[in-house]
Each structure stands twice: as C-alpha cells, then as structure tokens.
Design a protein around this ligand. Structure first.
Ligand code: UD1
Length: 367
C-alpha cells in the first residue's frame, strides 16, 4: 500500500510522529508538508526532535487568508497526488492543511483517512470546526479518539467507517514524556526552578486578533501574581506589537517551545492557561490543571473529568479557575486511549487496503 500523509501545522507534526514511524516500517508513506507553519520553531524543531522523516514534498505555501491559503494548498496537493497516485491519503485534525488534503484526495477518488475525526466544539465561528465537519464528511475512514466522538458523528448521521482507536497524541506523549523530563533543560534556561509558575499560550484568532480579549487575559495573568511563562505564537507576537498591548511584568514572553521543552514546562507548571486544543490534552495527560481561554472545547472529556475549566478571555473567570485549581482533582481516569492508536490505525488500513475493500461497513470497535 502507498499512503500520502498531509501535514502542515505544528500539532500535526506531533500527531504524525508515531504514525509515520509505523508506516515507514512498512515502507508505505509519502509525506507532504504544506508549509502552513514554516519557522524553525514552528516546524523544523518538531521534525528533528521527533525523528519525523524529511517530507518527500514540501509545498512552501506559508501564511495567508483562509481562502488563499487553503486554495493554494489544494492546487499543489492535487499535483502531488496525481504524480504519486497513492492508495489512500491520511490527514490529521482540523487545520486548513487537513481540509485541503482531504478535498484534493476525494476529488481524485482517492479514499481519505481522517485521524482525530469526530471532534466537535459546536462553534462554527472557529475555522477548525468547519474544517473538522467537512473533513469528516468526505473521509472513508474516521479514526476517532473516544466514544464521545462516535456519538458526535452519530448525531450527524455518520456511522460508517468510524473506528475507535484512541488518540495519537497520547501515543506521542507516552513515547516522549520520559525523554522530555530527562533531557529538557527548559526549566533551567527559563529560570523556572524554585518558584511556582503558570504556562500560557494564546493563538486563536478569537483571542489573538481582538485587543480587548488580549487585555482581559493579561489582566487575569497580572492578578495571579505568579510568574506566567508565555511562549508566543508568531501571529500573537505580531498582534501584540500592532495593537500596542503590553504584557504585565510577571509575564515572561519567550519564543515558541519545541515539543520536549513544552512537555517539561507543562509538567512543572501549577497550571496551563491556553486556547490551544492539543495542549488541553497534554496538560490532562501530564496531570496539570488546564484553564481554557475559550467558550467551547472539542475536548469535553477533559472538562467532565474536572481537570479543565472553560473561561473564555474573562478576567474574573480565569482568576477564579486558578484559585479553584489550588486543589487538584482527586481522580484522573484514562481518557483518549492507551497510547497505541497508531498501531491500530496502520493495521486497520493495511487490512482494508490489502483486501481492496471499502471500509464502509458497520462501526468496528477495537477495545
Ligand atoms: C493553525 C491552525 C490551528 C492550530 C494552529 C497551531 C488553521 C485554520 N489553524 O493556526 O488550528 O491550532 O495552527 O499553531 O489551520 N506564521 C508564522 N510562522 C509560522 C507559522 C505561521 O509567522 O511558522 C504566521 C502566518 O504567516 C500567519 C499566522 O502566523 O500570519 C497564522 O498562521 P496559520 O498557520 O495560518 O494559522 P495558525 O494561527 O498557526
């Protein structure tokens, strides 16, 4: 079998690492990097640290408006797929690279495997939610992380091709957390040893493009009166300068962290404050409370478990959540699988593709 994998943005590199390894062992993967993320700190460092092979095709698309960026990806991915003629195309998550990869493939009648399918925040103002719904609706195989995602898809009438495999980000965490805790020097480099600190990230347009929301979040960080380490995404850094928003003095602005440094920094933190999706899961896995600076989340299980609170950018709500998490929840159930999702995905695809069959049958559960 020959599979073309499409990646482009930081969280996809993390998700691709365990699966690329399993596919390469079978000599079956062609990797396409759209170039959505291109800085060393947003892209190359993940390939280096996680041992992801150099992409066979780098499309160099870069930033742009949603339409321009997605359209440019669509055209270039189509060219690659016509040249490579894979048996299937694999896409991850919910970015513009996900949608472009899935759409280019399905138009060429190449079946699509969507990893991290079935997630819903039910907030269509999020570009990621639109990407999720569209990618799911045109995918042949929907590899979902949990039963909650099965239910989300069922509500939309999607039951065929759904396979519960667990979450590939948990695979990556299982493999890399011990290594990160031994090798990362981030706590010394950033002066984090000794006093409690919080870790923050902000990059969603709903926060980072809106001055009053950035100010409101910073007001909360100031009120916490502890150090807040804030690795700054390029879009947020540009917006802070453009909108003339100053961080309070207890906030330490740093460059984006690599994967291993991020895990080590999260593990040592009193709490994480973020509008990222993946970081909510990483904080949960590492048993660190998460305050999500959004009104909605697709990772509802982390909220139900008591380890995650949704505050949006509201100053008082963020401060209240920080106080609440001075006592951590007592229980920590296993969510999103056992860290062996990649093996399940590869063996399922192998079985379907070698038999030459469509996967459109009843839901198959692997647990
Ligand atoms: C994208 C994803 C989001 C994901 C996030 C992870 C979409 C719709 N959004 O958002 O779901 O959580 O990645 O970080 O696909 N930029 C740089 N250097 C880079 C990358 C980006 O300067 O290496 C700039 C771009 O030029 C652009 C801005 O940052 O101006 C936004 O980048 P983009 O990749 O389009 O979206 P993200 O906000 O990162």
């Amino acid at each position: 079998m020959k599979i073309c994998t499409v990646v482009g943005a930081r969280p996809q590199f993390v998700k691709a690492a365990p699966l690329s390894r399993a596919l390469r062992e079978r000599n079956t993967e062609i990797l396409i990097h759209t170039g959505q993320h291109y800085d060393h700190a947003m892209s190359d460092v993940f390939f280096e640290e996680l041992g992801i092979p150099t992409p066979e095709h780098h499309l160099g698309i870069g930033g742009g408006s949603h339409g321009a960026q997605t359209g440019a990806m669509l055209a270039k991915i189509e060219d690659v797929l016509l040249a490579e003629r894979p048996d299937a195309v694999l896409v991850y998550g919910d970015t513009n690279s996900t949608l472009a990869g899935a759409l280019a493939a399905v138009k060429l009648h190449i079946p699509v495997a969507h990893v991290e399918a079935g997630l819903r925040s039910y907030d269509r103002r999020m570009p990621e939610e639109v990407n999720r719904v569209l990618a799911d609706s045109i995918s042949e195989w929907l590899f979902v992380p949990s039963e909650g995602s099965v239910e989300n898809l069922r509500k939309e009438g999607v039951t065929k091709g759904v396979v519960v495999v667990g979450d590939v980000m948990i695979d990556a965490l299982r493999i890399n957390t011990p290594r990160a805790l031994v090798t990362s020097k981030v706590r010394a480099t950033l002066g984090l040893d000794g006093a409690p600190y919080y870790l923050a990230t902000i990059h969603r347009p709903s926060n980072s493009d809106v001055r009053e929301n950035l100010v409101s979040i910073f007001d909360a960080f100031k009120a916490i009166e502890k150090k807040v380490v804030f690795p700054v995404h390029p879009r947020t850094r540009a917006n802070l300068a453009r909108m003339n928003v100053q961080a309070p003095t207890n906030v330490q602005l740093v460059e984006p962290l690599g994967y291993l440094d991020m895990l080590a920094a999260v593990k040592g933190a009193s709490g994480v404050m973020t509008d990222s999706g993946g970081l909510q899961k990483e904080a949960y896995y590492l048993q660190v409370p998460c305050i999500t600076l959004r009104e909605t989340t697709e990772w509802v299980e982390t909220v139900d478990s008591g380890w995650n609170v949704l505050t949006g950018p509201d100053t008082a709500a963020i401060v209240a959540a920080v106080r609440k998490f001075e006592t951590r929840p007592a229980s920590h159930p296993e969510l999103f699988g056992d860290g062996h999702a990649a093996e399940r995905i590869v063996s399922h695809l192998e079985k379907c593709l070698s038999a030459g069959i469509s996967n459109f049958g009843p839901i198959r559960r692997t647990s």
